[in-house]
Structure formats: C-alpha cells, structure tokens
Design a protein around this ligand. Structure first.
Ligand code: 8YV
Length: 328
C-alpha cells in the first residue's frame, strides 16, 4: 500500500521546478499569487498541515504555534536564518525545524563584496547622477571615493558566509580581521591571513570597513548599539547583509547624518520592508531590498534542500538540516 503523501503548506511562491517536484512528491498547497500570508492563514495552515514551509516573511511565533494541529511534525524553513520561528516553542511541542544552510553562502558573500565596493567607490551615487543627466564631464577631483586595497575589514561572525567574504576581500587586497564566538582553526586563520579579535569593541575601533555575518538571536539584537557604532572611526563603513535587527538602525542613521560614519551598505533592515526614511535621503548609503541570496540558482538549491528535508522526514528519518534550539 502506498503511504499517504504528507500535506505540505508552502507559504510563498517558489521557483517552478521546485513547485513541480513538490506537487509530484507531496500533497502540496502552493501560494501561487505569492501574497504574504496573514496571521489567520498561517494559523489555518499549521492546524491542518503535516509540514509547513515558511520564509522570513512569516512570523511563526507562539500564537501561531498554539494553533498547530496534531499532524504538524516539521517546519522546513526556506532560508538559513530562523529568527522568525519561535524555536523554544517548536521544541516544547516536539515540532522539528530545518533550514537551508550552505547553498546561499557564495551568493550572499558576493552581494556583501558588491556593497564593500559600492559604498566607498560611490557606485550608486554615480549611477543616480548619470540617470539624472547631471554628468557634465570628467575632472581630476570629481566624485572621489576611497580605496579598498590595503584597508582593514572587520568581520563580525566568521561562519560560512563570513569566511566566504574573507576569501573575496583578501583577493581585493584587504586585511582580514574577525570577531566570533569561537576562534577559527589555525589552518583557516592562516589561509585567510585573518586576525582574531576577542573584543568586538576593540576591533570596531580599528577597522576601515565592518561587515556583519552573525545570526540574529536575542544575544545579537542591537549588537551594534549606538555605543558600539560610536566606537567606529568616522572614515569607516558599515555593511550588513545579515539581519537588520543586529544594528540599531536609528542610531546608525543619526550617525550617518552627522558624518560620524563615512557610509553604509545595507541589504537588510530592522523593520523590513520598512526603511528609516532618513536613510533614503543619504548619498553615502547603498540600500538593497534583501537581495543577498536572490539568485535563481540559489533559490532552486534552497528549494532542493527543503524537499530533501521533507522527504527524509516523511520517510521516517532525521532530516539533514535540523536546527536545534540554542544552536544559534
Ligand atoms: C533568504 C536569508 O532569502 O536565508 C536567509 O536567512 O536571509 C535570505 O537570504 C530568506 O531568508 C528566505 O526566507
């Protein structure tokens, strides 16, 4: 007798090949018009589903999980960060959670490097000027930015993405510095020529560019508080492709306005999709709409991971990308 297919509710539109495969393997409920699900829709989904496939746009909190039906055994997140899921509550209810690590490392590191180049070299500002018809010809002192080669890059969070950024930045002639919960293996430090800073405060005070690659947890909320951003040198740049909540966005904005920081490259925001409107007025800031992992290849790889996690779970095995409470 063939086993009954698991009822899988997918909260957002995924690439076609992923949806097609999901339809073949599972009793998949897709979100074809890609609207962000309401609280009521999420509650109805967890009440009925065997597996929920959420994304960062779904807040799977205690209130939602309180509506979970007896069949909900897996939340197979489409994405690596799981800060939108209440992991203590899923653990208490015996619901497994998986994510999609590794497959978005290189894309996110590319986007970070793009911002590290774009902000000091005034890429977006130059492009806006061209489109505004305001370029009246070359001059030796026109739109000067700052050199990347030879500058110090401070990486906060030296996991997979942090290390992938380090590799790229090293090739651009930057010296690599990092702060991490754990010091890297000496072989990796040697390969990256990376200097470990036990004190984040001390590292911040000495860098030319700082980039954030740690997960958002209660411990890293506003890790870059007003006090810490103030430690950075006025000529320094801040790059964030991790989570907006790690930076006190209002404090950062105030400092950028006052010229106490040279600029920022932000792909993530504290209250996405809302952005502090004052940031929009600043020329020394490059803003992106959470594009870090937004490649078709990456999204397909993420979908593949989701499918493998669900299939393994449905077959009665431990899914490979299990997230454990306290892991982040
Ligand atoms: C994803 C991300 O696009 O995977 C992550 O943690 O931040 C993004 O790059 C998004 O989370 C998908 O849910």
């Amino acid at each position: 007798m063939p086993q009954k297919k698991p009822l899988v509710v997918v909260t957002r539109k995924l690439p076609d090949p992923i949806e097609t495969r999901m339809m073949e393997l599972f009793d998949a409920r897709l979100n074809l018009d890609d609207h962000a699900m309401t609280k009521a829709e999420l509650m109805a989904a967890v009440a009925e589903a065997d597996v929920l496939v959420p994304t960062i746009t779904d807040r799977v909190d205690g209130e939602i999980l309180a509506q979970a039906g007896p069949n909900l055994g897996l939340i197979a997140n489409f994405g690596t960060g799981v800060d939108h899921i209440d992991l203590a509550e899923t653990k208490r209810r015996g619901i497994a959670v998986t994510n999609t690590p590794n497959v978005l490392t290189e894309d996110t590191a590319d986007m970070t490097m793009a911002l590290i180049l774009a902000v000091p070299r005034r890429l977006a500002e130059g492009e806006r000027l061209m489109r505004g018809g305001e370029w009246h010809g070359w001059s030796p002192t026109f739109m000067l930015g700052h050199r990347i080669w030879g500058k110090r890059l401070g990486i906060i969070g030296m996991g997979r993405i942090g290390q992938a950024v380090a590799r790229r930045a090293k090739a651009f002639g930057m010296s690599i510095h990092y702060n991490n919960r754990k010091r890297l293996h000496p072989d990796i430090e040697t390969e990256l020529e990376a200097t470990y800073w036990e004190s984040l405060d001390q590292m911040l005070a000495r860098m030319d560019v700082v980039t954030i690659h740690c997960p958002h947890t209660p411990a890293t909320f506003h890790l870059l508080s007003a006090r810490r951003i103030r430690l950075m040198r006025p000529h320094a740049y801040l790059i964030n492709t991790s989570r907006g909540e790690i930076v006190d966005e209002n404090a950062l904005t105030r400092m950028l306005i006052k010229g106490e920081l040279a600029g920022a490259g932000l792909d993530v925001f504290e209250h996405e999709p809302a952005v502090n409107p004052k940031l929009l007025e600043l020329d020394n800031v490059v803003l992106l709409p959470h594009l870090g992992s937004a490649t078709l290849e990456g999204r397909i790889d993420m979908g593949e991971k989701v499918i493998i996690n669900i299939k393994t779970y449905a077959d009665g095995h431990n899914p490979p990308d299990r997230v454990l409470a306290g892991m982040f």
